[in-house]
Design a protein around this ligand. Sequence first.
Ligand code: ATP
Length: 340
Amino acid sequence: MSHVRLRGLSKSFGSVPAVRELNLDIEHGELLAVLGPSGCGKTTLLRMVAGFERPDAGCVVVSDEVVAGPGRMVPPEKRKVGMVFQDYALFPHLTVEGNVAFGLSTRPREERDALTRRTLELVGLQHKASGPVYELSGGERHPLARALAPEPELVLLDEPFSNLDASLRAGLRREVELILRDAEATALLVTHDQEEALSLADRVAVMRDGSIVQVGPPVEVYGSPATRWAAQFVGEVNVLSGVARGGGVETELGIFDLREPASGSVHVAVRPEQLELSTRDAGNAEVIAREFRGHDVLYRLRHEGGKTLLVQLPSLELHEVGDAVFVRPASPAAVTALTD
Ligand code: ATP
């Protein structure tokens, strides 16, 4: 049985629908990332799972217990759920000590008290134990959040790395992943950062306007986006039209393999790294912009057919703006037909 089951979950604020009839399952020990743009309802979804927001319709089931549903609303502190917020404060209405104890709420009382003391000592916050969480500095909140992360069976993370600079972010991301994996905790992370979702999660759920549009392992969500919108949101992409026949699709750039059989007129999502350039053949495109990114380069080309194309290549050999190049499918390049 899944650890978390969300069924027909809906929530509006006045006339603004934030989450719409959303269905999602999270397995035990799984790290699932909900990836979506700002305002698509990610935080509202998380707050309904945590118990801070009452759904208008549908239910939240955690470990086979209905914690929110018609006529039922289990309070946050009884849900065995821990939450790591953007600003690392956990529950603003609780003291520092209360937050630590909350993270340990599955333990018997005596053990919990002892562990709370030990955890506070460990992170050097015993002198602030009875103070409010908002008095802690950012630096003090980090170790606190980290100390708490492994204890609850289900950990909810709301853009936990978004306020950090890039170098800190990558390190902390790995650390949090290790803690979660080590504790075999189930984690639901919401983010608008596609790199974070793809690199961290076992599965990624792509969210748009309150609904999940695609769920799957990162490789699948990136490589076989379900819709044009999902393709464009989860990374850079060229959408090409073509004719599918058997295992391939013929486009103006040449033939790509198809991951799933299709036939007739289709649109396919071709990632920038699925195209390659050569200068040996007569050119069929011109380099109009170049973005040097250290380990790779993103070229913007104007194809002879008029289309603008994105091509990503290792930075070993550089093409200049104005160069005539020949662009074609990289080998192997398998693509999927988009459903809209
Ligand atoms: P962000 O990444 O910007 O935090 P999000 O994907 O988490 O966005 P939500 O914060 O869940 O999105 O908001 C979804 C929609 O619901 C938005 O239109 C938002 O303005 C609205 N909303 C959220 N909370 C409230 C509230 N308490 N009162 C009124 N409207 C709200």
